[in-house]
Design a protein around this ligand. Structure first.
Ligand SMILES: *Cc1c(COP(=O)(O)O)cnc(C)c1O
Length: 365
C-alpha cells in the first residue's frame, strides 16, 4: 500500500503546501527563467533568498540581534566536532550531559578533538546506566564553572526523551543539539550560547545545518582548525565562504514562511502537544505497549514504545506498513517502534496510528 502517513525520524515529512510551492517554482523560480538549483549563489536572486531565510529564523524563533545564524554542511554530526574545535579555544574545558546515543557520540567526538592537546572533556551527568530512560535532574549534574560550554542534546531522537528544563550552568554557555525539536515550540534563545540542528527533522531536506551562535562565542578556534569548520570565517562570510547548500536553504525559507502564516511556534507547540497527547494517553491506558521513557521526560516529537517481544514488534511494523504507515520501526540500536511526529505530521496521522494500535492489540493479546 502506498504511504498515507510517514513517521520517519529524518529525513522526514514536510508540509504539503511547501512541497507544492517548491514544485510550482521548481523549473522557473518566480518567473526569473531558472530553477533555484541552477542559480549562482552569488546572484542577486539567491542573495535575496539566503538573507530572507536568515531574517525569518530571527523572526520565527525570536533570535536576538547578538546572535548569528549560520547555514553549514556536514549535518549535526559535523557540529559534534566543530563545537569543540571552536569553543575549547578559551579555557580548554567542556561539560557534556549524556542522555542518549547522539549526546554520547558528541561527547566522544569532543574527546577526539580535544584529547591530543590535553583538553578536559567531562561527563557532567549521564543516564546511560538506566538505558537513557530519563533526563537527569539539576542536582545530579557536576558542572564546572570554568568550562567553555555545557553541551546537552535537548530532544533525544532515538530514545524519545526531552529536556523539560534548561540546566542552570551559571555563566557557562549552554550548547544545545536541537536537531529534532527546533521549531516545534517557542524557545528563549537568549538562554543559550549556541543552538544547532540538522535540517532534515523539522526544517528542510537534508543538506543544511543550522547553527545559531551568540556573537561573543565567535572567537579564534583551536590551531589547525580547517577554514570551513571555523565559525568566525563562516560568520564573517555570512555562510558564503564557499557554495552553501542553496536548495535546502530555499526550502527552509518556505517552511519558515509556512510557520509564520500558521501562527508561529506557539501554534506549533499547541498542535504538537495535542498530537503527542493522543498517543501518550493511549499508551498510558494499556499494558500491551510499553513506553521506553519515564512520563515526565517524554518527547512530543519522537514517541518510542514496544510490545512484549521482538517478534510481535516485527509483526506490528509489517502490519503498519500494510496499513499505509511508513518508518515506524525503532532505531537499529534500540529496537521496538518509534513514531516521529514532527510539525508537518497532521493530528489525523496520529489518530490513524492509535486506531491501528488498538486493533493490533485486540488481535494479538
Ligand atoms: C539526527 C540527529 C543527529 C544527526 O544528524 P545528522 O544531520 O545526520 O548529522 C544528531 N543529533 C540529533 C539530536 C539528531 O536527531
Amino acid at each position: 500500500m502506498k504511504t498515507l502517513y510517514n513517521f520517519s525520524a529524518g529525513p522526514s515529512v514536510l508540509p504539503k503546501e511547501v512541497l507544492l510551492d517548491a514544485q510550482k517554482n521548481l523549473v522557473d523560480f518566480e518567473g526569473c527563467g531558472m530553477s533555484v538549483m541552477e542559480m549562482s549563489h552569488r546572484s542577486k536572486e539567491y542573495d535575496i533568498i539566503i538573507k530572507k531565510t536568515e531574517e525569518l529564523f530571527h523572526e520565527v524563533m525570536g533570535i536576538p540581534d547578538n546572535y548569528k545564524v549560520l547555514f553549514l554542511q556536514g549535518g549535526a554530526t559535523q557540529q559534534f566536532g566543530m563545537i569543540p574545535m571552536n569553543l575549547l579555544a578559551k579555557n580548554g574545558k567542556a561539560d557534556y550531559v549524556i542522555t542518549g546515543i547522539f549526546s554520547n557520540t558528541a561527547y566522544k567526538e569532543a574527546q577526539l578533538v580535544g584529547g591530543p592537546t590535553g583538553k578536559t572533556i567531562s561527563a557532567a551527568g549521564s543516564t546511560k546506566e538506566e538505558n537513557y530512560k530519563r533526563i537527569p535532574e539539576q542536582n545530579e549534574l557536576k558542572l564546572d564553572p570554568a568550562a567553555d560550554y555545557l553541551h546537552i542534546c535537548e530532544n533525544n531522537t532515538i530514545i524519545g526523551s526531552k529536556w523539560k528544563y534548561l540546566p542552570d550552568a551559571g555563566k557557562v554557555p549552554i550548547v544545545s543539539d536541537m536537531s529534532s525539536c527546533i521549531l516545534s515550540e517557542p524557545v528563549d534563545v537568549s538562554k543559550y550560547g549556541l543552538i544547532y540542528a540538522g535540517a532534515q527533522k523539522n526544517i528542510a531536506p537534508a543538506g543544511v545545518t543550522i547553527v545559531i551562535i551568540k556573537k561573543d562565542l565567535i572567537y579564534d578556534p583551536l590551531p589547525g582548525t580547517p577554514t570551513m569548520l571555523n565559525y568566525k570565517v563562516q560568520a564573517e562570510n555570512d555562510s558564503m565562504k564557499n557554495t552553501p547548500p542553496c536548495w535546502p536553504i530555499y526550502i527552509a525559507k518556505l517552511v519558515l514562511e509556512y510557520l509564520q502564516k500558521n501562527g508561529g511556534l506557539a501554534a506549533m507547540k499547541a498542535h504538537n502537544e495535542a498530537k503527542a497527547k493522543v498517543l501518550y494517553d493511549f499508551l498510558d491506558s494499556t499494558d500491551f505497549y510499553k513506553s521506553h521513557v519515564v512520563a515526565k521526560d517524554r518527547s512530543i516529537m519522537n514517541v518510542t514504545f514496544r510490545t512484549e517481544s521482538d517478534e510481535l514488534d516485527d509483526k506490528f511494523i509489517k502490519g503498519s506498513v500494510a496499513a499505509g504507515m511508513s518508518n515506524l520501526k525503532g532505531h537499529r540500536d534500540v529496537g521496538g517502534m518509534r513514531a516521529s511526529i514532527y510539525n508537518a505530521m497532521p493530528k489525523d496521522g496520529v489518530e490513524y496510528l492509535v486506531d491501528f494500535m488498538k486493533k493490533f492489540e485486540k488481535e494479538n493479546k
